[in-house]
Design a protein around this ligand. Structure first.
Ligand code: ADP
Length: 180
């Protein structure tokens, strides 16, 4: 199965994508995690994007698309994958379509939670890019650039919505049921 997880920062996408990937025995591919690994190991990409991540802006598409399309060519993706954090804007949707085909995804799982819950969870998590200013910027960027993708994928008949509030285990169960 090829599944895309969409949802605002703090909604628990990463946590759930990891658990659902394990349950379905497919890799969880997190763009944010890949970027943070580059920053941590001070690669040339990492050095270029560090400030962008701290501000909560999107990394330029050229860098993101190249890294992700390369990742999707690795052999562990043959039976599917969970995409978490890519595509995040329309240009990235088109890049992904070009690489795997417009109808190659099986489902787009949209996790939802109210804004107060999102902010609370993010500030409790305390990652280096989890400052007030970065968080509020990331929420804006999500509304402006990423939320419109829900409409695109709804037109393709792929969208499944799940409530992201409640216990972690309970949400995972709801997602697995929704995907079945
Ligand atoms: P969150 O969803 O909580 O913001 P992520 O780990 O998904 O956390 O992303 C962290 C940061 O990585 C983003 O704020 C952004 O700077 C960068 N990033 C992640 N995915 C993309 C993408 N598809 N395109 C551009 N930048 C991205």
């Amino acid at each position: 199965m090829r599944i895309l997880f969409l949802g605002a920062p703090g909604v628990g996408k990463g946590t759930q994508a990891e658990r659902v990937g394990a349950a379905l025995s497919i890799p969880h591919i997190s763009t944010g995690e890949m970027f943070r690994r580059h920053v941590g190991s001070r690669t040339s990409l990492g050095l270029r994007i560090e400030e962008i991540l701290d501000r909560g802006d999107l990394v330029p598409d050229v860098l993101t698309v190249e890294m992700m399309l390369e990742r999707l060519r690795e052999p562990d993706t043959v039976n599917g994958y969970i995409l978490d954090g890519f595509p995040r804007n329309l240009a990235q949707v088109h890049a992904l379509d070009g690489a795997i085909g417009d109808y190659a995804l099986d489902a787009v799982l949209v996790l939802e939670a109210p804004n107060e819950v999102l902010k609370e969870r993010i500030l409790a998590r305390g990652r280096t890019d989890d400052t007030e200013a970065s968080v509020s910027n990331r929420l804006d960027v999500y509304e402006r650039e990423t939320a419109p993708l829900i409409h695109v994928y709804r037109e393709r008949g792929l969208v499944v919505k799940v409530d992201g509030t409640g216990e972690i285990e309970e949400i995972t169960a709801k997602i697995l049921m929704a995907l079945a």
